[in-house]
Design a protein around this ligand. Structure first.
Ligand code: SAM
Length: 214
């Protein structure tokens, strides 16, 4: 499935399910907020923010947030909730496909958060380029917390095989991560932690990776 087809898919999913992931922040976002606060971070860049359960949580807990996603529908819902909650001053959004360079200056960000974005329909090459872009926009000492479904997930190997460890199931194509890819993406960074956890009813089996820009 092409990236364009996945973008159209996410648009329609968010239009059909305005509360797809609910409003409760994810566990990785709670962890990241604690880490970022301890590291003196004030502004968070969230990639693949979707409808904003985590971006809005960061904003409510005192961070400025810039939320990026390639689904305008998701970001519109995020912005509406920010408006409802009176936190629009803390939230900005940008529709952007992370297969393209991030529209941000070098060393301009303190912290980046991405929950289940790296494991979307991105080739291994796209994923390396994305990690490179995050490194470019982070300040030295800046933090990256990202999560991915991994090869221990029940859906790994199920559904339509698109190659490059990408499998499509129920219209969603997922790039399942092996440990080697995590290590490759941490080359030139300090790898702080790889934490295994589960989310949802399937359950999805994920890793939460924390790494620091040297
Ligand atoms: C599994 S959802 C997770 C959403 C959100 N992080 C959350 O946990 O609620 C993945 C998100 O990544 C976005 N996405 C997928 N591929 C993308 C791409 N190439 N560029 C930007 N956003 C993308 C989708 O639109 C979707 O919002």
């Amino acid at each position: 499935m092409s990236g364009e087809a996945q973008q159209a898919h996410w648009q329609s999913v968010y239009q059909d399910y305005p509360h797809m992931y609910g409003e409760t922040p994810s566990e990785p976002a709670r962890y990241a907020a604690g880490l970022f606060r301890a590291r003196g971070v004030r502004a968070v860049l969230e990639l693949g923010a979707g409808q904003g359960r985590d971006a809005l949580f960061f904003a409510r807990t005192g961070f400025a947030v810039h939320a990026i996603d390639f689904s305008a529908a998701g970001l519109e819902q995020l912005a509406r909730t920010a408006d409802r909650d009176g936190i629009t001053d803390s939230v900005t959004t940008a529709v952007h496909d992370v297969r393209n360079p991030l529209p941000l200056p070098d060393e301009s960000q303190d912290a980046v958060f991405a929950h289940m974005l790296f494991c979307m329909t991105l080739s291994t090459r796209d994923i390396h380029a994305l990690a490179g872009e995050i490194k470019r926009v982070l300040r030295p000492g800046g933090s990256l917390v990202y999560t991915v479904r991994h090869t221990g997930d029940a859906h790994y190997g199920a559904g339509i095989d698109h190659g490059d460890d990408i499998y499509e199931h129920g219209g969603f194509a997922v790039h399942f991560f092996g440990r080697a890819l995590v290590d490759e993406l941490a080359a030139g960074w300090r790898l702080d932690e790889i934490h295994a956890f589960e989310e949802g009813e399937l359950p999805r089996r994920l890793w939460r990776i924390t790494q620091t820009r040297l």
